[in-house]
Design a protein around this ligand. Structure first.
Ligand SMILES: Cc1cc2nc3c(=O)[nH]c(=O)nc-3n(C[C@H](O)[C@H](O)[C@H](O)COP(=O)(O)OP(=O)(O)OC[C@H]3O[C@@H](n4cnc5c(N)ncnc54)[C@H](O)[C@@H]3O)c2cc1C
Length: 473
């Protein structure tokens, strides 16, 4: 249907996935506007020090929809590697392999922690406590106090910046993939050879960094005729007739400004930003609701060391309150790269809030913080880093504070009712989703567009599927 015009806002997986599918199935003319200088959004990559680097640890999970996985495999060919997961968690002063392995747990797990966890499990089997509604109560009811106090609770405070009792139980149900003790045990046993499910303990990763997935979608969309632009920030979405399509989307690149006419505007940018850019503007109570939900930010600290390899592990997880960072990855190990020789870059993830005192720390201060944290965990840098630099993600994670559902639903309901405007993707649906989920949303949106008409009832059914997405770490 070449007369139908879709303008897509945002060039992360949700944006480029839709651009490709729309053109592949000849459903619409496509213009995609991406504010940044790359495709992939938070799931993108960039090049520095002779290496391709991601915005924090990213892996493509085998849980991906098989049709989407087949497309990714076809688009990337031999570049997509199937790799074993090989990480470690710092727990009560010990390193435990992640994914959890039975023998490793027996040998290394702090004995009082192991006994406490078992006691909790038995207690729960006798009388399961009420789940309640908070992150703290849901996890405590399902996993017991020991695992929560030593692992999930301090991790949650660092990750989301709030006490576990102030967070919604939905955060626990969506984010913690082993939702109860039995599942946790099943996961551990699932690592035993012979009991292993296909894909368990493995992940897919492109040789040239995670961003290669979105770049391949963008390139295929371009080849199929889409107009994809980086460096263009959407500033306004205005109805030509005062109530619905056609929409006029204005975007700016430096001192240039352009307006694009669209029958459909598909937005993958934060729904809070979209609401403020729409004309006609939302009612005051919707804008007020948009102000009551927010995203957690993250600083990525990159340290280049003058050695071939720092450790053999892909990622180190730091749940404890004794470190500020939550995770450190060594990108070379994700794709088993040996090049560049004599150099490896580490990436630390430091959650914070855009504008807070951490956000404004200098690279030098952040480098020192990184060095202190790893030294405290017993894995000091072998020598001071050759260089340190940072990248900042203003919207890394949606924060589900207790009661967030009410303002989010108010905002979501209003946006959903604006004719010709669709908000989806991780930022658009305020969802904690993985890349394969963002791609799945893009594919479903394209299925809903037929003959230029968007099937809102079918989309509503897909939204119910999206609500069941479980986030993989
Ligand atoms: C630290 C971290 C680790 C993660 N690890 C994994 C993992 O291992 N595996 C996994 O599958 N997922 C992982 N994720 C999640 C993954 O990054 C997201 O699922 C994915 O990026 C979502 O894609 P999206 O297109 O919905 O949103 P985004 O990637 O957020 O893309 C939105 C895009 O909109 C653009 N934009 C915003 N405002 C405007 C504007 N006004 N005009 C134009 N463009 C605009 C942004 O620049 C951005 O490119 C991780 C996320 C983080 C933060």
């Amino acid at each position: 249907m070449p007369d139908t015009r879709v303008v897509i806002l945002g060039g992360g997986p949700a944006g480029v996935g839709a651009a490709y599918q729309l053109r592949r199935h000849r459903k619409a003319e496509v213009v995609l506007l991406e504010r940044g200088d790359h495709f992939g959004g938070n799931a993108g990559s960039f090049e520095r020090a002779g290496q391709r680097l991601d915005y924090g640890s990213h892996r493509l999970h085998p849980a991906s929809d098989p049709a989407i996985l087949a497309d990714v495999q076809r688009l990337l060919g031999d570049e997509l590697l199937d790799r074993p997961r090989h990480g470690r968690i710092r727990l009560l002063g010990q390193w435990i392999h992640f994914p959890l392995k039975p023998v490793d747990l027996l040998l290394r797990l702090d004995k009082s922690f192991a006994l406490g966890s078992l006691r909790d499990a038995v207690r729960k089997a006798v009388a399961k406590p009420d789940e309640g509604d908070t992150f703290a109560s849901v996890l405590e009811a399902n996993l017991g106090t020991t695992i929560c106090e030593h692992f999930y609770f301090p991790y949650a405070v660092k990750l989301w910046g709030h006490e576990p009792a102030a967070l919604s139980g939905i955060q626990a149900r969506k984010r913690v993939s082993a939702g109860n003790f039995l599942k946790l045990i099943q996961k551990v046993l699932g690592q035993v050879p012979g009991l292993k499910k296909p894909g368990a303990g493995r992940f897919f990763y492109p040789r040239r960094g995670f961003g290669a997935i979105s770049e391949a979608y963008a390139e295929a969309a371009r080849e199929a005729g889409a107009d994809l632009r980086t460096g263009w920030t959407m500033t306004r979405v205005e109805s030509a007739n005062g109530s619905g399509p056609p929409w006029r989307v204005t975007a700016e690149a430096g001192d240039r400004s352009e307006t694009f006419e669209a029958d459909h505007v598909w937005s993958t940018i934060p729904v809070t930003v979209l609401a403020k850019s729409l004309d006609p503007a939302p009612p005051a109570e919707v804008l007020e609701a948009a102000g009551r939900i927010g995203y957690r930010s993250m600083i990525l600290i990159y340290a280049r060391l003058g050695v071939d390899q720092f450790t053999e592990f892909d990622a180190h997880y730091f749940p404890g309150a004794d470190t500020r960072i939550t995770r450190m990855s060594e990108p070379k190990n994700y794709a088993a790269l040996r090049e560049p020789a004599g150099s490896t870059v580490l990436c630390a993830e430091l959650p914070c809030q855009a504008g807070d005192e951490v956000w404004s720390m200098s690279d030098e201060e952040l480098g020192e913080l990184f060095a202190r944290d790893v030294a405290g965990a017993g894995i000091p840098f072998p020598a001071p880093p050759v260089e340190v630099w940072t990248r900042r993600l203003p919207q890394a994670y949606p924060v589900y504070l207790m009661g967030y559902e009410e303002p989010f639903e108010r905002l979501d309901r209003w946006v959903d009712g604006v004719p010709g405007v669709l908000s989806y993707g991780r930022q658009g649906l305020f969802a904690h989703d993985n890349t394969h989920h963002a791609l799945a949303m893009a594919y479903r949106a394209v299925e809903c567009l037929d003959g230029g008409e968007f099937d809102a009832a079918a989309w509503a059914r897909h939204r119910e599927e999206f609500a069941r997405h479980v986030v993989e770490d």
